[in-house]
Design a protein around this ligand. Sequence first.
Ligand SMILES: Cc1cc2nc3c(=O)[nH]c(=O)nc-3n(C[C@H](O)[C@H](O)[C@H](O)COP(=O)(O)OP(=O)(O)OC[C@H]3O[C@@H](n4cnc5c(N)ncnc54)[C@H](O)[C@@H]3O)c2cc1C
Length: 385
Amino acid sequence: MVTTLSPTPNEEQMAMIRQSAHDFAEAKIRPNVMDWDEREHFPRELFSEMGEYGFMGVLVPEEYGGTGLGYAEYITIIDEISQVCGSIGLSVAAHNSLCTNHILMFGSEAQKKKYLPKLATGEHVGAWGLTEPNTGSDAGRMRTVAEKQEDGSYILNGAKNFITHGLSGEVAVVIVRTGELLDSHGMTAFIVERSDKGFRGGKKEQKLGMRASETAELVFEDCHLPADRVLGEVGEGFVQSMKILDGGRISIAALSLGIARGAFNAALAYSKEREQFGKAISKFQAISFKLADMATELEAAELLVREAGRLKDAHLPVTKVSAMAKLYASEVAVRCANEGVQIFGGYGFTKEFPAEKYYRDCKLLTIGEGTSEIQKLVISRALLK
Ligand SMILES: Cc1cc2nc3c(=O)[nH]c(=O)nc-3n(C[C@H](O)[C@H](O)[C@H](O)COP(=O)(O)OP(=O)(O)OC[C@H]3O[C@@H](n4cnc5c(N)ncnc54)[C@H](O)[C@@H]3O)c2cc1C
């Protein structure tokens, strides 16, 4: 169990956190990975258990029921969980970095007191809705609207898609239009509760990978929300979202490290066991050089991800480096997973070995929370401004 620690943990504390996440993943996730994947089953009950271990409110201060840790520890937790199952890593990341963190960063004191304790303990799972069917990378063109009523309340109409925990999330933060199209101050964030009338989960996606992480629509049909559900200032939803994604991208980068590491470790072990032409395949330079490339890229990715975490923990500007970390680590994960299958040969193509699942799961990393192309836009804008 993760105990609450000082803001800058020493090596011993960090090792303890890593061990705790590792042990949890091995005991509670590993035995079920392929079953959940086959059935596209989102194991809701696991998230309550992870709450007990402190994994559901990693960044939430103790006063709101969280673990009160920083990004350094958060990266480690996501990395460890994702080495075993990318889907669970993705869900933990979306819950902590997106929904919970949006309320933590921009919520009023009353909103924090109301929502954070249940989210931080896993009693509630959170969702975060920015994407819509016609607007992914171009989120500013969203069509879901919130119309202000005379009494200050709002009526929401429209739909969000590809939302992690769209069906199971008890609480969602959604960003919708309250002003003119393409006005970056024309969008507002709202907190929605599962029981709100006019709000429901829609179609659940069937996916190539990350199949145990639920991805579904959020549908709003004359959904009436009181004024106290506005999160932060009216018109600031888009700007808030960009700040939330700065942190979210660090968690996707950490998820990438975990998947890359999982694929590498599996391939390394297999290469020492599998014999062809009378010797272990690791003895062939073609294979050992693949391992060398994978290990080198993994190390470089970790340095970049750790630097993004350090900047975030120090409250320094992080937009460029978090985009770099997400871009690089996700592309490394894709390359490691690809080489992992190659090292396993035909067995890598079967479900008896873990290589194929890393290969399927990793592709989401270059897409979710901004595609690789969009990360390059963010990085180049920062360089050229
Ligand atoms: C499993 C999963 C979970 C998700 N979870 C969430 C969630 O919880 N909340 C949420 O809000 N969203 C979520 N998403 C949505 C995700 O963030 C979007 O899919 C992503 O941002 C890309 O948007 P899109 O799919 O509409 O692709 P598009 O924006 O249509 O992009 C298609 C292609 O065009 C490229 N492209 C687009 N614009 C440009 C440009 N200006 N320059 C160069 N290339 C460009 C893209 O890089 C991409 O290659 C999730 C998606 C998946 C698959």
